[in-house]
Design a protein around this ligand. Structure first.
Ligand SMILES: NC(=O)C1=CN([C@@H]2O[C@H](COP(=O)(O)OP(=O)(O)OC[C@H]3O[C@@H](n4cnc5c(N)ncnc54)[C@H](OP(=O)(O)O)[C@@H]3O)[C@@H](O)[C@H]2O)C=CC1
Ligand SMILES: CC(=O)[C@@H](O)[C@H](O)COP(=O)(O)O
Ligand SMILES: [Mn+2]
Length: 379
């Protein structure tokens, strides 16, 4: 039995991971579950999966859960999350949303756990510190993000081969082909309708601005040790080819399948085995009959360009870019700022930033905090 601890078990990835675990009861034991504010769902999950540890964010909620489940250790807040990350398990799935995932990922690695990483912001803000910790502790980091899972699978058995480039696919989001003027009319309701994937609200907005692809380029750079300029984004509206690797002989290996996050989650939790699934199979004669590829428009979708700029500049630029994006996406969802203001403000905040080279974990946390305060003040 593989012991699995899940940070963010009440979210889109967390609940789908529990679906995978439920379909493979004989292989996995859930040891820890954590939520943000959805304590009722966490309670249901505790009842079903009987973890030894559960964490929520509010002290009062923790007291109520503890009374409801006297055999479960119930903790709360950031310290509780760190305890969950360090708790006894074979694999830690980090499916938290945003930069709050960075510190728990770090603690999980330092505790010697293999990591299944959905929380891409961990690598965007702290890639250097995290990959150094992975190396030092000799743990395995398996990506959950669909594109990175595809690349990971294409590299299986090919880790020592020379790569020419990584081909990272993007759906293009709900506004593919739109002009900048038209983008100015976008409301949260419009942006929350992703054409192919049902996901949490923050990543859905990131997909609509194409910041998600920029974050994924940085994620790929750290996971696979490639230069940002050796990653080519292909807009592929069908989301059937999940990404590919071109080797030095120009041969390309790609991974395909229906757009269902339970596939990459299964790959990460089951690794190195493959789990048996009764999920829907790809229909080559319908959804895969026509697969198309386009160049991304980085003039209109400037967030993606800003992420590339941040990666090229290095230092603390990606931290600032990520923090500004998180605050601005939240503000957009609350109707406090416009859709195209997200990119315009990130650009301004990056221009005003004085980067430091090789930021430590403490530096990253501090720069992230200061950037959030600045953006909040200036919206
Ligand atoms: N969803 C998807 O298909 C994909 C997601 N990803 C990445 O995976 C990560 C998770 O995404 P997704 O599942 O969509 O996000 P969701 O918003 O659906 O879930 C986020 C999880 O984090 C918890 N959480 C939120 N705020 C806090 C907080 N302050 N403290 C502790 N926990 C908190 C939520 O708890 P609660 O709901 O109880 O408040 C929930 O369990 C992101 O980094 C995303 O980019 C990558 C590829 C695909
Ligand atoms: C499912 C997944 O991995 C998401 O990150 C997805 O890729 C978002 O779609 P976009 O390609 O539109 O950003
Ligand atoms: Mn993705």
């Amino acid at each position: 039995m593989k012991k699995v601890a899940i940070l963010g078990s009440t979210g889109s990835i967390g609940t789908q991971a529990l679906d995978v675990i439920e379909s493979n009861k004989d292989r996995f034991k859930v040891t820890a579950l954590t939520c943000g504010s959805n304590v009722r769902l966490l309670a249901e999950q505790i009842r079903k999966f009987t973890p030894a540890l559960a964490v929520c964010m509010d002290k009062k909620d923790a007291a109520a859960l503890s009374a409801e489940f006297p055999k479960v250790q119930v903790l709360w807040g950031g310290e509780g999350l760190i305890t969950a990350a360090e708790s006894d398990c074979d694999i830690l799935l980090n499916s938290l949303m945003g930069m709050r995932g960075l510190v728990p990922t770090y603690h999980g690695i330092m505790a010697g756990h293999d990591i299944a990483l959905a929380n891409k912001e961990t690598l965007v803000a702290g890639g250097s510190v995290i990959m150094e910790a992975v190396k030092e502790k000799g743990v395995r980091m398996v990506p959950v993000d669909s594109e990175h899972s595809a690349i990971f699978q294409c590299l299986e058995g090919n880790r020592d081969k020379k790569i020419k480039k990584i081909l990272l696919t993007a759906s293009g989001g709900p506004f593919r082909g739109w002009s900048l003027d038209r983008l100015k009319t976008v409301t949260p309701e419009m942006a929350l309708k992703h054409p192919n994937w049902s996901m949490g609200r923050k990543i859905t907005i990131d997909s609509a601005t194409m910041m998600n692809k920029g974050l994924e380029m940085i994620e790929a750079k750290w996971l696979f040790g490639v230069d940002i300029d050796d990653i080519q984004v292909l807009v592929h509206p069908q989301s059937i080819m999940h990404s590919a690797v071109e080797f030095c002989d120009t041969s390309i290996l790609a991974q395909m399948g229906v757009p269902d996050m339970r596939i990459p989650i299964s790959v990460a939790l089951g690794y190195p085995d493959r789990l048996i699934s009764d999920g829907r199979e790809l229909d080559f004669f319908k959804e895969a009959a026509t697969l198309t590829f386009e160049k991304p428009d980085m003039k209109v979708f400037k967030c993606m360009k800003l992420a590339v700029d941040a990666a090229r500049a290095g230092g603390s630029y990606p931290v600032v870019m990520n923090a500004a994006n998180e605050v601005l996406v939240e503000a957009f969802l609350k109707g406090r700022t416009g859709f195209t203001d997200i990119g315009d403000n990130i650009e301004r905040i990056m221009d005003e930033h004085e980067s430091i080279s090789e930021p430590s974990l403490e530096d990253i946390i501090e720069i992230d905090r200061k950037t959030r305060e600045k953006v909040e003040r200036e919206i």
